[in-house]
Design a protein. Sequence first.
Lengths: 543, 310
Amino acid sequence: MWSGKAVVSTCAALARLAVAAGKRSSTQRDARRPEVRGGSVLVTGTSGKGTTCRMLAEVMRAAGLNPVVPATARGRVGVARDLVERAWTRRVPRDARSIGLVAFEPAALRDYLRREPHPAAVVITNILGGLADGEPHGAAVTARLEKALRSLPASTTLILNADDPHVAAIAADVPNPRLYFGISDIVHSRVRADRTAAALPCCPRCGHPLSYACTYYAHLGHWACGGCGLGRPEPDVGLTKVGRAGPSSSRLQVVATSVSTILDVPLPGMYNAYNVLAALTAATHLGLPAWSLRAIEGFSTGPTQMEPIRVAGHDVQLAVATNAIAYTEVLRAVLGDAEPKRMVLGLNTGHRAQQDISWIWGVDFESLAGLVPGAVITGDRAADLAVRLKYAGWFGDGRDQRQTVGARIEPDPVRAVQAGIQGTPAGEPLWVVSTPAALAEIRRWLRSHDRVPHPETRRRTAPFRADARKRGPQPTRPRAAGPQPSGPSRSAPQAVAGYMAARRSRRAHGARRRWTTQRDWTAQRDWTGWTSRMRRGQSGGSR
Amino acid sequence: MTSKITVAHLYPDVMSACGDRGNVAAVVRRCRWRNIDVTVTELGMGDKVVPDQVDLIVIGGGGESRQRQIAGDLYKVKGCAIRDAVAAGTAAFAVGGGFELFGRFCQPERGAELRGVELFDSWTICRAAATGEAGGTPHGGATPHGGTTPHGGTARGGTAHGPTTTDSAIRDLVVRWEGGLLVGFENSPGQTYLGAGVTSLGRVVSGRGNNGDGSEGVRLGNAVGTNMRGPCLPANPALADFLISAALSRRYGTVDLAPLADDLELAARGAAMNRTALSARGRGPKWVLGGGAIAPRPRFGMRGRAGVRG
């Protein structure tokens, strides 16, 4: 019968397919994977991987490559991460100029290698672990990474930080080619161990405590083992001189075998010098021309990564810091020239796992006392941060009844930035260093007043705006002409109590509807009165 | 006359997991603001405690691996001297993991138990280890090192209600102490039990404390052990001043400390109490979280709000 024939022929076709599938060689099967042409570069490490990726992408673009960077390829767990990766690999165009570039958490390397079995290079920036109790120690992170690195093909080059003993000696038995980067400028080093380094690491080979000739930050420096003689490898790409080119940029002299150049990078700080080095090492390994390396000078920072925003004649720089090392290094980067600066310092608790803020006692505030006149302290844990600063000697003598002379506690991040701008002399920059939650609130406020250029958001919202135009004139949103004075200074307990009351009422009035009510949110902010004052044309600003 | 105290900071490199340097910093600053000379001696592995020369002994917290690293040295090299010093009136302040090792023993989640200094008549069992025991009674009713059992009614916690079902305590901890309140942060997988006749530091108002039975910490003369980890003294100036005056009293007799302006510390403490759904107005005998007449207030924090990355 017809149907019977159909069944028979279908079965036969299925059988042929099955045989063909079984016969298909492994190379054929690999070829069907959506692997990125021209290899890909995987960047991992505890910190700096995102910035390294951005810098490398800039160099690649200058050299005529098309770096394909996933928007959110940070290591996520479960399905979400899988979806992100799949979406990314599908998006990669199949041409000779495209190259994949991913930054992700060290723990996710194994999963990435399943998708990208033949990366051109794996860059490891640093492994900072055991910052707090319960966090995985550096050794634990290293062990997981080593396990993943053993499954790499022999052609993949490892680009490693020579100054981090966890990274430099990682998977010593793996035969892959290695390239090292490191800092040789001992002028900016510390002789004593950094107080942010919880405990200096032990030798990865013999377990003997390491000795340091100098450290740059945390446990990164010129290390050697007195037990087995293992030492810091000589870097292939080295930084021979670190200097400052401006308040928020650094001048770096980079020396490699084929190239020696001086770069003005728009980011200060030793940790960013390492990021530049990592990106340059990867670029030279990929054979990108020497002239394209200069593109790093024009790279734009990521959101809240020392992101400059122009507000009312002031450069407001947003810098995120999530742990003791990051907080210390951001402050050192900003205050490295020992010039007093205006700052807003923030501390927020995040989700459940981040309720513990005791790490602020590991931040090296002591050595920076006196460099931040009139600091504004913000965030829902502003009072705790103020206590920390008081005991670091920032507020002078504890016998003084007016302890926060010059400093101000303003738990609401937006009000804090307003107060900070108000207290900053004209033309001077204001630095906002904080944990992510408070910074996000500040950035959202700035974005709601079109202060933050964000091309992707604009592209996404463009159709919505076109619709609005069709519907006819809409009530215009008040636009901030400048920051406004934010009321008289309050005492710390008053400020904390007032902020909490405002927060409770905001929450009660539907602040949880977060995406739809962004504009209402802005309107609600008028309890400080700055929007209406602005409407009246009293655009205050600097004193 | 300028008074002077010497602080011995035990294992500052190892037992500083939760910002424990803050405790020493608080003592040092508060002394200097009062023109009291302070010398801090950092004692690491192999360094001995000299009882006559130390006025205040401070040890911080640390997890299981850190405890294992120092436990042998603490018992063998320093244990006897610490007991002698406290018996002679020296003040001591032990936090978290250090507090657990100042007791009789500490049974970590994995591996062999760690012998303590035996300064306090207390012992700590981590939860995974505790559930393995019948009825939650550590050592089946025997004391760690022979002797009669402190369990079965006389001891607090343990057998009376079975093992407490609270999970690993990571939260703010509020404790009533000498008519005032102490606020801290507890982050402990272990449960501490006190022997009969041992005075606890205070009564728990919110949080878990030693093991969920309402007691928190240990007080023995001028020695204080607590689960309030990390920077406990900066947030609780009264406790810091108690330790300073205790350290001074050993040399100079009873001392009246000059008051300091503590408005920042009190603001931080007030914020912590608001977080734990308490307020000064609710002060009363029936402070039972979630079950009493006072309904818990909505939590104050960034949870559930927009803008948290990830």
